[in-house]
Design a protein around this ligand. Structure first.
Ligand SMILES: [Zn+2]
Length: 133
């Protein structure tokens, strides 16, 4: 019989029975190997406020919450995606999101003067280069 997926949509192998778990979103009862478990950082403080507080030296607590979803909810929430027939055979990791880096911002007082001074010189240089030939 042809298989739609290599692991039949589960990861229990030939184990037999296994416990059932509830979906955290809709409450559906699903086999544990078929459920999608995601660990996400959760902070009670909103992101912008937390960044400002950390700049001032405060320690903002960050908790990790593990959620269990059924397949329908995982697709609805964007954790999994419906894949093409060739791509279904490949295994995907749920934690492949790249870590976000803080962008270091230059103080606004020094930034405009630096950008203004090179701009005229480069424009003059290009005009001179264009005028010569
Ligand atoms: Zn669900």
């Amino acid at each position: 019989m042809p298989k739609k997926r290599k692991n039949r949509g589960r990861h229990k192998g030939d184990k037999g029975k296994e416990p059932m778990v509830y979906c955290d979103n809709c409450g559906k009862l699903v086999p544990r190997s078929k459920a999608v478990r995601v660990t996400v950082p959760y902070s009670p403080v909103p992101g912008d406020l937390a960044r400002e507080l950390e700049k001032q030296g405060a320690i903002v607590p960050r908790y990790y919450v593990t959620k269990t979803y059924c397949i329908n909810c995982a697709i609805y929430l964007g954790i999994l995606k419906v894949r093409a027939e060739d791509e279904r055979k490949r295994k995907v990791s749920l934690t492949k999101a790249p870590a976000r880096r803080e962008v270091i911002t230059v103080p606004p007082a020094s930034k405009p003067s630096q950008t203004q001074t090179p701009a005229p010189s480069t424009s003059q240089g290009t005009q001179g280069a264009q005028a010569k030939p």
